[in-house]
Design a protein around this ligand. Structure first.
Ligand code: NAP
Length: 176
């Protein structure tokens, strides 16, 4: 999974993200480029139309609703697949994947459903607290911080937000 959060775990507000950190958008792009992404319908809708579907990546959108609303996912796009639940999304992702990794890219409902089966979290941490309505799951004691950039302290965004990139890993029993 990959997400960006405030110190108090906020990942979203009013259908978007309550910060402006372009360096993190680049990081997200670097992590996910060429990969298969599974996301909830609201996360899909949160992307600007100009970058939907995310270039160079395969998008699988989990949704039970379809409508004529242009912000809804459409089945007829070459690079977008719509599935009815996370399980179907992960099965399809296994068929389509281009590497060992399938990325769940949000939002809150997808992270909550996927966390028990996840083995890697690329977490961007912002040194701020903000109002939010969507939260990241807690990383419990089964997770280990495998890498951090910078190793001490914070980068400073051109928008002045302090941030760092963390990679958390764990091994699940079925992997042994
Ligand atoms: N900071 C970050 O890294 C980050 C990353 C991603 C998203 N976000 C933010 O998170 C917020 C969106 O997250 P969210 O939790 O509100 O929504 P979400 O998880 O993106 O999407 C929720 C929708 O996904 C579908 N869905 C989820 N689970 C399903 C299931 N088991 N079966 C069928 N459909 C299912 C449903 O779509 P239908 O209603 O169509 O059935 C549901 O309404 C936004 O603010 C976004 O900007 C932040």
């Amino acid at each position: 999974m990959v997400w960006a959060q405030s110190l108090d775990g906020v990942i979203g507000l009013d259908g978007g993200m309550p910060w402006d950190v372009p360096e993190d958008l680049k990081h997200f792009k670097d992590v996910t480029m060429g990969e298969v992404l599974v996301m909830g319908r609201k996360t899909w809708s949160s992307f600007p139309k100009s970058v939907r579907p995310l270039p160079g990546r395969t998008s699988i959108v989990v949704s039970k609703t379809f409508s004529d609303d242009p912000s809804d996912p459409k089945l007829d796009h070459d690079d977008v697949h719509v599935v009815e639940d996370l399980h179907q999304g992960l099965e399809l992702a296994v068929q389509l994947k281009t590497s060992q990794t399938i990325w769940v890219v949000g939002g809150g409902t997808l992270y909550d459903q996927a966390i028990d089966g996840a083995t890697v979290v690329e977490r961007s941490l912002f040194n701020l607290t903000v109002d939010g309505d969507t939260y990241a799951p807690e990383l419990d004691g089964s997770w280990t911080l495998a890498a951090q950039d910078p190793t001490n302290g914070w980068h400073t965004s051109k928008s002045s937000v302090e941030y760092r990139f963390e990679r958390w890993e764990r091994t699940l029993e079925q992997d042994n």
